[in-house]
Design a protein around this ligand. Structure first.
Ligand SMILES: *[C@@H]1O[C@H](CO)[C@@H](O)[C@H](O)[C@H]1NC(C)=O
Length: 454
């Protein structure tokens, strides 16, 4: 770094250009180096300088921080003492999980139910000013999560890692959150002037038991993107999708609807007149087909009256037709004016002192696994890292998961044949009964749930 900084600017930009292409090419090498747990790697390509240990690389002003879990991960990740004195701090398990696409690619997994978890790792402090910030990680919920988070946080320099917990201020919180049927979303919380601001758009998260890659990209033009498995799920502007600043424009509080503003869209048709005699048409008439029965005895049965039927000519009370109002001006809206409270902040997107990445969770049911944490300024590199890890492993992981599920199902029906019979009986019972339709609907809804989770 120091050497590069002293070089002249033209060399610098050339190096930058070259490093861009080399970065992609060398990413793989670097990645494999990290797998070996090399603590000090020295890349010989002139544009790439590895500045400290195995999880940090910087080249010509670009920062890639890949916080990989590899053997010795505990020396890079600091477990907080938060909730320890209450015996509520959960232990992490360094594992590739019950099912995976590569048994050597391990992550850390929450391993105790009803526990708080707080752990963080430090990286060389940097600011995302004039840079694109990329925050990415893998998460997998092996436990079929009913309620719990799978998000991570980016924290600034003022954090005591030993005390990191639920109240520790953070800069960005990002990732999936599931609770019951109602909460299945991706959080993207940005802290601005000490206030946490939730994204206003709904971004559904994955709910199955497989690994997914969550990526948050924040650009210097104050736009952002949220990706899941390298696919963009949401994108937009910090101004529109968070309430970080007061609105740029507001409705003019002084404006009033003009007296002559016609906001009736439809009016009665003056041409439409009630036909003469309309109100004289009776609702019911005597049934013309009814005949007095032959054996009717007026003395015994009383006087015979013709039964009535609804009159086919009766059309209900008359209503005047409506037509479009030719003078309709539309709904009146107060004109927008510039909000005097609004003051633009060209550095709205800037987090000047990012220094830690942390996980802080409460888990009712443990089993959430994190891996391949990346803090970078290059979306292309993030994309490639995701492909190299999740992308290469996902099919094998899915197959392994399905195999385990199948075995578990077989075990279940072996252990408890009466149970599965009972289920069959239920299904037969349901057929041909009144409840058939709703049961069928319920069944297919359940089936759908299962498919969603696969
Ligand atoms: C860690 O994970 C592995 C794989 O799922 C499992 O076999 C093992 O029991 C776990 N250990 C703890 C302490 O939870």
């Amino acid at each position: 770094m120091a050497i590069l900084r002293r070089l002249n600017p033209s060399f610098f930009s050339l190096a930058l250009l070259l490093s861009l292409s080399l970065a992609i090419a060398s990413a793989k090498v670097f990645f494999e180096e990290r797998f070996d747990g090399t603590s000090l790697s020295l890349s010989l390509s002139f544009s790439v300088v590895v500045i400290s240990n195995d999880n940090v690389r910087s080249n010509a002003g670009f920062v890639y921080v890949v916080v990989k879990y590899s053997d010795g991960w505990e020396s890079r990740w600091v477990k907080s003492d938060w909730k320890k004195d209450e015996n509520m701090a959960g232990e992490w398990n360094y594992t590739a999980g019950k099912w995976n696409g590569d048994a050597n690619d391990k992550g850390i997994q929450t391993s105790e139910d009803y526990r708080f978890y707080a752990i963080s790792a430090e990286f060389p402090e940097f600011s995302n000013k004039d840079k694109t910030l990329v925050f990415q990680f893998n998460v997998k919920h092996e436990q079929k999560l009913d309620c719990g988070g799978g998000y991570m946080k980016l924290l600034s320099d003022d954090v005591d890692q030993k005390k990191f917990g639920g109240d520790t201020p953070y800069s960005i919180m990002f990732g999936p959150d599931i609770c019951g049927y109602t909460t299945k979303k991706v959080h993207a919380i940005l802290t601005y002037n000490g206030k946490n601001n939730l994204i206003k758009k709904d971004v559904p998260c994955e709910t199955d038991q497989l690994t997914h890659v969550y990526t948050f990209i924040l650009r210097p033009d104050a736009t952002y993107s949220i990706l899941i498995d390298n696919e963009e799920k949401q994108t937009g502007s910090l101004y529109a999708d968070w309430d970080l600043l007061p609105a740029k424009q507001i409705k003019d509080p002084e404006a009033k609807k003009p007296e002559d503003w016609d906001d009736k869209e439809f009016i009665p048709d003056p041409e439409d007149k009630k036909p003469e005699g309309y109100d004289d048409i009776p609702k019911e008439i005597a049934d013309p087909d009814a005949k007095k029965p032959e054996d009717w005895d007026d003395e015994e049965d009383g006087e015979w009256t013709t039964p009535t039927i609804p009159n086919p000519d009766y059309k209900g009370p008359w209503t005047q037709k409506k037509i479009k109002n030719p003078n309709y001006k539309g709904k009146w809206k107060a004109p927008l004016i510039d909000n005097p409270e609004f003051k633009d902040d060209p550095e709205l997107y800037v987090f000047p002192k990012l220094k830690y990445v942390g996980i802080e969770l409460w888990q009712v049911k443990s089993g959430t696994m994190f891996d391949n944490v990346l803090i970078s300024d290059e979306p292309e590199y993030a994309k490639q890292l995701a492909e190299e890890t999740w992308g290469k492993q996902k099919d094998a992981e899915k197959a392994a998961f399905e195999e385990i599920e199948k075995k578990a199902e077989e075990e279940e029906s072996k252990d408890d044949p009466a149970d599965s019979d009972a289920e069959d009986d239920d299904a037969v019972d349901a057929e041909g009964t009144e409840g058939e339709d709703s049961d069928a609907e319920k069944d297919s809804a359940e089936e759908k749930d299962v498919h969603d989770e696969l």
